[in-house]
Design a protein. Structure first.
Length: 520
């Protein structure tokens, strides 16, 4: 399978996985809104979001180990399907053995640190309807699950570093469907926080060990050689891993700490509406960035093989696709506004246009930064740690100051100001420079068309919503979503697909019809 097809498969798999998660999440959230008290729901969202951020406790090892495995694959050539040399097999075996030893230590450390931090932060919550011991028990279950997942993370690194991107996403889609279905049942049956935590834990553990089985099946030759612990590998990876960890830690603090400020300044009952609006744009972010996430191992292999032209093609394609998705999807959400959230969560759960607009701007530039820095970091350019740390400090300071004065708007404003002052400009500039791509070309050929696309989509969807003002909210939301999808499809055709891909896409319906007729 070619690199382009592997990336496409990985992206489609990620979209399927994320679509399943989004769909079931959209079903789960209304169930939680209706069957949990507002305080209990706020606590669960706090726990769930905090658990999602525990991945930073791998200290950057995952990204570094995956990249080193990809570099080892690159020694056998730029083609990821090429036969592996004895040198490549030996290097990968040693990387896996060293990674397993390191992850064993990290698993124990992550449990102790996560549970300890949770104990001190959760005991400060002001709760009236939820028993604090239940909160601690639910958190303990989530922390133990995370530790066991860290132990098995080496197999995810092996699978992705070997070029099998997307397969872990398909397993994630399968397990997410089972997990979220189980959580819906738990919520309907009154299982509470502990039941929701146990359902999440079982799904996460099963997913990790399914990946091990898949890695053995896809690349059995990688398990034919027993590697050995190499302190020299640890020494060479440690500085890069530490920089990667600091970068990730800064991003997590900036983007995933709002719930703590809200709980401390406004109370846990204010979290649900804020978090729901944030989720709407984060889901777009994850879909838009999936192509870049699945391209990084191939960028590493191509960089190792000095295939710079192919690297540029991949990055430009990822930027156009990702930002087009964010522009059309974000414009649709903003244009529909309260009507969309009325259909989704019921009346009274819309955070308001000011915070929603800040969320969109934030996630749009997050996607741009992610796509560029993911490709740049795939070349072992871990140059973003200092500024990411500064952004985290600014975020905490500004959100505390602005949150006390302006409430929820101030908390969101603190994030946006911190990012614009640090990461959003530097990550774009530094990443493009490292990849040897022009900033002016990026602004002219990517940002300008995407900005016009946003204005077009917003105008069309808002006009439809106004025209259908007398109709039920569901009708306006459906019409706006269809219009946005049509604009998105046109943008893909004009700005993402090249001439060969357009010819293939144009001929595909006729080929499918011919195949059906032959079958009949």
């Amino acid at each position: 399978m070619s690199i382009a097809r592997r990336i496409a498969f990985g992206a489609v798999s990620s979209w399927v996985s994320r679509s399943v998660t989004i769909l079931l999440g959209l079903l789960l959230l209304p169930v939680l809104f209706r069957h949990l008290s507002r305080e209990e729901l706020g606590v669960w969202l706090l726990l769930g979001q905090s658990w999602a951020t525990l991945g930073i406790l791998d200290l950057g090892l995952g990204a570094t180990l995956t990249r080193r495995i990809a570099f080892a694959m690159g020694k056998s050539g730029a083609d990821p399907g090429a036969p592996l040399t004895a040198e490549t097999l030996g290097d990968i075996a040693n990387l896996v053995a060293t990674g397993r030893r390191m992850y064993q230590g990290l698993a124990f450390t992550s449990f102790v640190v996560a549970f300890g931090l949770g104990f001190f932060s959760l005991r400060g919550l002001h709760l009236s309807a939820v028993a604090l011991p239940s909160v601690w028990l639910a958190w303990g279950v989530l922390c133990l699950t995370q530790a066991l997942g860290v132990w098995a993370s080496v197999w995810t690194c092996l699978l992705q570093g070997a070029g099998y991107v997307g397969w872990d996403a398909l397993l994630a889609a399968f397990m997410s469907s089972l997990t979220l279905s189980a959580q819906i049942i738990v919520a309907l049956s009154g299982g509470g926080l502990i039941g929701l935590a146990i359902a999440a834990a079982m799904g996460a553990l099963a997913q990790r060990f399914l990946i091990l089985g898949l890695a053995r099946r896809k690349r059995p030759e990688l398990f034919s050689i027993r590697g050995s612990w190499k302190p020299a590998l640890l020494k060479s990876m440690a500085p890069l891993a530490l920089k990667a960890w600091i970068t990730s830690l800064g991003v997590v603090i900036v983007l995933n700490s709002d719930q703590f400020f809200i709980a401390g300044l406004q109370g846990a009952s204010q979290i649900p509406a804020y978090r729901a609006a944030y989720i709407a744009f984060v889901n777009l972010n994850m879909i838009a960035g999936s192509l870049a996430a699945n391209s990084s191992v191939f960028v590493a292999q191509l960089w190792q093989a000095s295939a710079l032209a192919q690297v540029h093609r991949i990055v430009r394609h990822n930027l156009r696709l990702g930002l087009i998705i964010m522009a059309t999807g974000g414009a649709c959400v903003l244009a529909l506004g309260e009507r969309l959230f009325n259909v989704w969560l019921g009346p009274g759960n819309y955070i308001g246009p000011i915070v929603a607009t800040m969320f969109f701007v934030m996630q749009f530039f997050e996607v741009q930064s992610f796509i560029i820095t993911t490709s740049s970091r795939a070349t072992e350019d871990e140059a973003f740690a200092p500024l990411s740390a500064v952004a985290a400090v600014l975020k905490i300071t500004l959100s505390l100051i602005l949150g006390k004065r302006f409430g929820l708007v101030g908390i969101a404003m603190g994030t946006l100001c911190a990012q614009f002052a640090t990461s959003y400009w530097y990550m774009c500039y530094r990443g493009l420079y490292r990849l040897r791509m022009g900033l002016r070309h990026h602004m002219k050929r990517v940002l300008l068309p995407v900005g016009l696309l946003f204005l077009t989509t917003f105008s069309v969807v808002r006009s439809l919503s106004t025209f259908l003002a007398a109709q039920p909210d569901g009708t306006a939301v459906g019409a706006g979503a269809l219009a946005a999808c049509g604009i998105l499809a046109a943008a893909f055709w004009l700005f993402v697909l090249d001439s060969d891909q357009r010819q293939f896409a144009a001929a595909l319906p006729a080929r499918m019809l011919s195949a059906v007729q032959r079958y009949d």
